[in-house]
Design a binder for this molecule. Structure first.
Ligand code: NAG
Length: 173
C-alpha cells in the first residue's frame, strides 16, 4: 500500500517534469540545446545560399553560425543525423548551409551579422583549400557550410541548393 502510493507520487512528479520540459521547447521543429541556449533546426527543402538566408529570416530565425567548438559540434551532430532521403531538391546532399559567406569581400569571411568570423570564437576550416577566398570570381565558392564529418567549415558555391541549419537564440529561463 505504502509502496503503490509512493510509486504513484513518483509517476505524477515525472509527469509534471515532462510537461515542464516539453513547454520549455520551441514547438516549431527547433530543438533546444540547453547548454548553449540556442535552438536549431535542419531544413530539408534545399535552397541556394541566398534563399536559405531569406527563409530563415521569415521564420524569425537565422542561418546557424557556430561561434565556438561546442556550437560547431552541436550543429554538426544535427547534420550527421540528417535523413538523406528526406532532402528535397539538392544535387549533393552532403553539405548544409551556415550563415557565413565572403560575398562582400572575398578576403574576409563574415557571418550574417557582419562579423569577421575570425573574431567570433570559431573559424576553423576543413583542410588546406577551404576558406581561402582566392578571388571574387563567382565561379569560386563564396558561401560556407558544414558536412557530417569534417572538423571545420567547408566553402561551397552559393548558387547550389543545399539543406540548411537555422537557429533561434533562446533566452535563459
Ligand atoms: C537562388 O534561388 C532563387 C530562386 O529559388 C533565384 O531567384 C536566385 O537567382 C538564386 N540565386 C543564386 C545566386 O543562384
Amino acid at each position: 500500500m505504502w509502496f503503490t502510493t509512493k510509486m504513484r507520487l513518483l509517476a505524477i512528479s515525472f509527469f509534471f517534469i515532462a510537461i515542464a520540459y516539453v513547454q520549455s521547447q520551441p514547438t516549431d521543429g527547433y530543438v533546444l540545446e540547453k547548454d548553449v541556449g540556442i535552438a536549431y533546426k535542419l531544413v530539408y527543402q534545399a535552397q541556394n545560399g541566398t534563399k536559405a538566408k531569406e527563409y530563415g529570416e521569415q521564420e524569425g530565425a537565422k542561418l546557424a553560425v557556430p561561434k565556438s567548438e561546442e556550437e560547431y559540434a552541436l550543429i554538426q551532430k544535427i547534420v550527421r543525423h540528417m535523413h538523406f532521403p528526406s532532402v528535397v531538391n539538392a544535387e549533393i546532399k552532403l553539405i548544409a548551409w551556415l550563415g557565413i559567406n565572403n560575398l562582400k569581400n572575398y578576403k574576409v569571411w563574415k557571418n550574417i551579422d557582419g562579423q569577421n568570423i575570425e573574431d567570433t570564437g570559431f573559424h576553423t576550416w576543413t583542410g588546406q583549400d577551404n576558406g581561402r577566398g582566392y578571388s571574387d570570381d563567382p565561379a569560386e565558392p563564396h558561401c560556407a557550410g558544414v558536412d557530417a564529418i569534417n572538423p571545420g567549415l567547408r566553402d561551397w558555391w552559393c548558387h547550389r541548393r543545399q539543406p540548411y541549419v537555422c537557429q533561434k537564440t533562446v533566452n535563459p529561463v
